[in-house]
Ligand binder design. Structure first.
Ligand code: RIB
Length: 289
C-alpha cells in the first residue's frame, strides 16, 4: 500500500528566543537555523521513516529545490512535487522559547499554487486501499479528498492549522481525522458536534504531555505520552500523524499504531528542528523512556 500526501513544503527558519515575543515587543534571538519543514513535508518524512511508501503531492519554487531533494533523500517519492517558476517556496518563521514552546508565522507561497494537473497525475497512480493524507497548508483539500474517496482510498486529514471552513468542507469525505485538543474545541465550536459525533470512523485527539485519545464508534481509548523533557515541540504532531498512518498502512491495529506514534512523537520533542530530525523506525524501536 502507499500514502499519497497532498501537503505543504516549507523552509523553516528557527529563532531561539528567551520567551515568545508579545505585541509590540522587539526581541533579540539567541540563534537561527534553517531546515526542511511544512506540516505536509514533515508528515511525509515521518511516514517514509516509519517505513511507508510515501508519495508527496506539492510544489516548491526554484528557491526550494534543496527542500524537494532533501525529502527525496529521506525516502519520500517526490515525482509529484511541482517546481514553479514565478512563486517562492513556502516558508515559516518559528520562534522557539526556552521551554520548547513555539509561535509560527507562515508564508504559503508555492503551497497555494499546486497545479491541479499535479494532483490529478498523482491520484491517477493510486489504488483502492491506499491512503490520501491532507492538512490545511495547501488548498483544494476537500476536492482532492472527494476524488480519493471515489477512487476507494482511505482518506486521512490533520486539521492543522485549524480552519473551520476547510474542515467543515472535508468532513463528509473522511475516514480518519487527527487534531489536537485546541483544534478539537475549535471544531466543536464551529460544528456544534463533539469529535465522537462527526461521523468519521477514526478520530484521534492528541493531548500533548497527556497522550492521545482514540475515538472509533462506541470505543474511546486513552494512550499515555512517554515521560520526556521537551526542548522543542515543533513538528511532534506531524511526526505522530505520519507514524500512525504508516503503521496502519503496514497493517498494524490502530492501538499499536498509536503506541508507536506516541514513541516517535516523544523522541521528536527532545530534538531541535523539524523534518531533518524526525526519528526513523530503528531509533523509535530502540528508544528507552
Ligand atoms: O507543524 C510544524 C510545521 O508548521 C513547521 O515545520 C512549519 O513549517 C509549519 O508548517
Amino acid at each position: 500500500m502507499a500514502i499519497y500526501n497532498l501537503g505543504s513544503i516549507n523552509a523553516d527558519y528557527f529563532y531561539r528566543v528567551p520567551h515568545l515575543p508579545g505585541p509590540g515587543e522587539t526581541l533579540a534571538a539567541n540563534g537561527l537555523s534553517r531546515g526542511l519543514g511544512g506540516k505536509g513535508a514533515n508528515m511525509s518524512v515521518a511516514a517514509a521513516r516509519a517505513g511507508a511508501h510515501t508519495i508527496h503531492i506539492g510544489a516548491v519554487g526554484m528557491d526550494g529545490l534543496w527542500a524537494r531533494d532533501q525529502m527525496m533523500e529521506s525516502g519520500v517519492d517526490t515525482r509529484h512535487v511541482a517546481t514553479l517558476d514565478d512563486t517562492p517556496t513556502g516558508h515559516a518563521i518559528i520562534n522557539v522559547d526556552d521551554a520548547g514552546e513555539n509561535a509560527i508565522v507562515l508564508l504559503p507561497g508555492a503551497n497555494h499554487e499546486i497545479p491541479s494537473k499535479t494532483r490529478a497525475a498523482a491520484l491517477s497512480e493510486a489504488s483502492p486501499g491506499d491512503t490520501l493524507l491532507v492538512q490545511n497548508e495547501t488548498l483544494n483539500q476537500a476536492k482532492t479528498a472527494k476524488t480519493a474517496r471515489e477512487l476507494g482510498l482511505y482518506v486521512a486529514y490533520a486539521a492543522a492549522p485549524f480552519d473551520a471552513t476547510a474542515t467543515a468542507a472535508i468532513l463528509p469525505f473522511l475516514d480518519f481525522l487527527i487534531l489536537n485538543e485546541i483544534e478539537a474545541a475549535q471544531l466543536t465550536a464551529a460544528t456544534s458536534k463533539t469529535a465522537d459525533a462527526l461521523g468519521v470512523a477514526d478520530v484521534i485527539v492528541t493531548l500533548g504531555a497527556k497522550g492521545a485519545r482514540w475515538l472509533s464508534g462506541d470505543t474511546i481509548r486513552d494512550f499515555p505520552a512517554m515521560p520526556v523533557t521537551p526542548v522543542d515541540t515543533t513538528g511532534a504532531g506531524d511526526t505522530f500523524t505520519g507514524y500512525v498512518l504508516a503503521a496502519r498502512d503496514r497493517g498494524l491495529p490502530m492501538e499499536q499504531a498509536i503506541a508507536l506514534a506516541s514513541r516517535a512523537a516523544a523522541l521528536m520533542v527532545t530534538r531541535h528542528g523539524t523534518a531533518d530530525v524526525i526519528p526513523d523506525l530503528k531509533e523509535v524501536d530502540e528508544a528507552r523512556f
